[in-house]
Every structure is written in structure tokens, then in C-alpha cells.
Design a protein around this ligand. Structure first.
Ligand code: HEC
Length: 151
């Protein structure tokens, strides 16, 4: 390598270091971050479907999907230590307060379970109310544990 190349690659390395594009450290952490984001994105899709729904059947189906996602998300395997930072918006507070974080996921499981039960009753108004209660669980957790979008 000649001098210019060495200098160039040193500059690139420093640039990468400061640009903050580094992913979580280990391969496991990267896989976990990818898997949990996919589950959350599914939550988002189903959330919108419930919001737009004009019948309780649609709400029941979407609430079932969220309920299944909540159960999967409560696995500690998806939140390994050191899997914050980089491209994930998971705040370091999750690992400082894992008990509360997992309890929030349990609340989501219960709130979506309730939404399924209420929706099976067939009353759209009641169903939308139960949806509101579930939405507060999503919002409360994001406020505390999800970093704002920075890109
Ligand atoms: C236990 C806390 C918690 C609950 C409850 C929760 N979320 Fe999340 N959510 C997070 C965290 C943390 C992230 C960031 C994950 C990451 O980037 O690795 C996230 C990410 C997301 C994203 C991805 C945003 C992006 O970066 O593309 C969506 C969409 C989302 N959540 C929707 C929902 C919906 C809808 C609900 C309720 C049905 C919900 N979440 C419930 C903690 C939670």
C-alpha cells in the first residue's frame, strides 16, 4: 500500500467510526435486532388495519396477529445485551430495566387478548375502545424505550 492509500483508508475508518452507522456488535445481536424489528413492523401494519377497520372481524384477525407477536417479542433472546445502538432504535434503558420492559410486552399480550374477546362480541364501538386501551400500551412503551427517528 502506498502512502496515499494508507492515509485514505485511515480517513475512511475514522469517518465510519463517527458516522454511527455501525450495527450492534455481534452477529447474534444483529439477527435479534432484525427479527424483533420485523415483529414490530407487523404490529404497525396490524395496528393501522384496526384503526381503519369498519367491522369487528377485521379487528379480531389483526388483534390475533398482534397477540402472537407480543408473545414472541417477550422472549429475552430477541433482546440480547449490547443489541442497542447503530441502526436499531432500541434504547439502552431497556437493559437497565428489563423487568419493566418485558412487563410492558405482557401488558400488550393482555390488551390484545382483551381486544380479541371484545371484538368477538361484534360491537364496533366497544371494539374501538378496547383498541384505544391497547394503543396506549404501544405508545407508553415507545415513549420510554424507543429512540426517536434520527435519519
Ligand atoms: C415493550 C415495549 C413495546 C411495546 C409494548 C410495543 N413496542 Fe413497538 N417498539 C419498541 C421498541 C424498543 C422498538 C425499536 C426496536 C428496534 O429498533 O430494535 C419498537 C419499534 C416499533 C416499530 C418499528 C419502527 C421502525 O423503526 O420502523 C413499529 C412500527 C412499532 N414498534 C409498532 C408497535 C405497535 C403498533 C405496538 C402495539 C400494538 C407496539 N409497537 C408495542 C417497543 C415496544
Amino acid at each position: 500500500m502506498n502512502r496515499t492509500l494508507i492515509i485514505l483508508s485511515a480517513i475512511t475508518a475514522v469517518g465510519l467510526f463517527f458516522s454511527g452507522i455501525a450495527l450492534p456488535t455481534t452477529a447474534d445481536a444483529q439477527t435479534a435486532a432484525k427479527d424483533r424489528l420485523a415483529l414490530m413492523k407487523s404490529n404497525g401494519k396490524n395496528f393501522v388495519q384496526i384503526k381503519k377497520a369498519t367491522d369487528t372481524q377485521t379487528i379480531t384477525a389483526a388483534a390475533k396477529a398482534i397477540n402472537a407477536n407480543a408473545k414472541k417479542l417477550a422472549s429475552a433472546d430477541l433482546w440480547p445485551k449490547g443489541s442497542h445502538g447503530g441502526d436499531t432504535r432500541a434504547k439502552v434503558e431497556i437493559w437497565q430495566n428489563m423487568g419493566k420492559f418485558i412487563a410492558n410486552l405482557k401488558s400488550l399480550e393482555n390488551a390484545s387478548d382483551n381486544l380479541i374477546k371484545v371484538s368477538l362480541g361484534g360491537d364496533l364501538g366497544n371494539s374501538k375502545k378496547a383498541f384505544g386501551a391497547m394503543a396506549r400500551v404501544c405508545g407508553g412503551c415507545h415513549k420510554e424505550f424507543q429512540a426517536p427517528k434520527n435519519k
